[in-house]
Design a protein around this ligand. Structure first.
Ligand code: NAD
Ligand code: TDX
Length: 335
């Protein structure tokens, strides 16, 4: 390891946000060029894809391992002796959790416990848990701050909330040096096209319509993925262990407006959507009060929704072969 560079272990580094974080570290040179101080654990589920890391090949060690495999995780920690763990790995899609919650309970809850136990055993300095705004549940007016009650509504959100609480219990019980980050809805290049924005783009590229749940009145706070990973890095550098940080963008938008903006960027008719059956238990609105991050750590996301969508559409058109390669899986999910 090069002097001054901490050994970092990233779980879920082949996923959408995890890979953006790895690319950011590469860009900032926050690891040694021999690839010895950065390791990734990812078992490459349907959502994992090493294509996202092709631009930074050779800069990291890769372990294709399930975070629920206690024995393997212990061996990796014994070998790598990481100082910082950034834990992204999760089952991340609400609609899949509504179909079957089993793997969500295993990966999101048990996987987090196994990682934390290994981190304790091998004396980790910082454990960053990537939670979500969904742990708070929905809010019609106002915003959630870090002290708000946790009241998740979907099986996905409940599994993340359980893990979030487990991390809090380790902080209290063992003085475990964890930081919890709760980002809002991410979007941007390389997102798996099961989520609203890349799914909408994929449907249009295939000559179909965008499915909008219910009447499209649900509100999400959209955070461009590059802003998200820069925020995470700022929190790793300046945040306090034992603390929770909301990471939102203040860019709220109703789904119908988000879809119409996308259609405009794609240069197709604003009518290329259809209202479809609503999601079960669909959360109406997420909204984060991120002043703790903005003021205490002086980090603020930069990319506004209109600009972020434009970049995402341009990237998607260039990478449509990648998006279309997921079509069969998406058609199975949404049949
Ligand atoms: P993703 O689904 O794109 O990626 C998840 C990655 O984890 C994949 O590479 C997958 O192969 C890996 N993985 C899944 N189960 C695993 C297991 N058992 N063992 C090892 N690896 C496993 O997810 P994402 O959108 O990049 O989200 C990353 C994290 O951020 C998640 O914890 C998610 O809950 C959280 N989050 C996501 C968003 C969002 O809008 N996408 C918002 C807030 C928080
Ligand atoms: O086809 C669709 N039509 C539609 O109207 C899909 C897939 C979604 N929607 C709606 C549901 C939501 O109101 O769009 C909104 C966004 O949906 P998703 O992209 O599935 O995201 P969401 O359910 O809000 O959860 C996301 O944000 C928090 C991520 O998937 C989570 O991983 C993260 O924790």
């Amino acid at each position: 390891m090069r002097k001054g560079i901490p050994k970092i272990l990233i779980t879920g580094g082949a996923g959408f946000i995890g890979s953006a974080f790895v690319r950011l570290l590469a860009q900032k040179g926050v690891y040694s060029s021999d690839g010895k101080s950065l390791s990734i654990i990812d078992n490459l589920t349907y959502a994992g894809d090493l294509k996202r890391l092709e631009g930074v090949k050779g800069k990291f060690k890769f372990y294709k391992t399930n975070i629920c495999n206690k024995k393997q995780i212990d061996l990796i920690f014994a070998k790598e002796r990481p100082e910082i763990v950034v834990h992204f790995a999760a089952e991340s899609h609400v609609d899949r959790s509504i179909k079957d919650a089993t793997v969500f309970i295993q990966t999101n809850i048990q996987g987090t416990q196994i990682l934390m136990d290994a981190a304790r055993k091998y004396g980790i300095k910082k454990f960053i848990f990537i939670s979500t705004d969904e742990v708070y549940g929905e809010i019609a007016n106002g915003q959630f701050d870090e002290g708000s009650l946790i009241k998740p509504n979907s099986p996905y959100a409940a599994s993340k909330a359980a893990a979030d609480l487990l991390v809090q219990s380790y902080i209290r019980t063992y003085n475990f040096p964890a930081i919890i980050i709760r980002p809002s809805n991410n979007y941007g290049p390389w997102q798996y096209p099961e989520k609203l924005i890349p799914l909408a783009i994929l449907r249009i590229l295939n000559g179909a319509k965008v499915p909008v749940y219910g009447r499209g009145l649900n509100v999400r706070e959209w955070l461009y993925v590059d802003d998200c990973v820069q925020g995470i890095l700022a929190i790793i550098k300046k945040g306090k262990t034992g603390e929770i940080y909301n990471l939102g963008s203040a860019c709220e938008s109703r789904n119908i407006d988000t879809v119409k903006l996308l259609l405009k960027n794609l240069g197709v008719s604003s009518k290329r959507f259809e209202f479809v059956k609503d999601r079960l238990g669909h959360d109406l609105r997420y909204s984060l009060d991120s002043r703790k991050l903005f003021k205490e750590l002086r980090f603020k996301p930069k990319v506004k929704l209109a600009a972020g969508l434009k970049t995402t559409v341009n990237w998607s058109i260039k990478h449509q072969a990648w998006l279309k390669s997921k079509l069969r899986d998406i058609n199975k999910l949404y049949k």
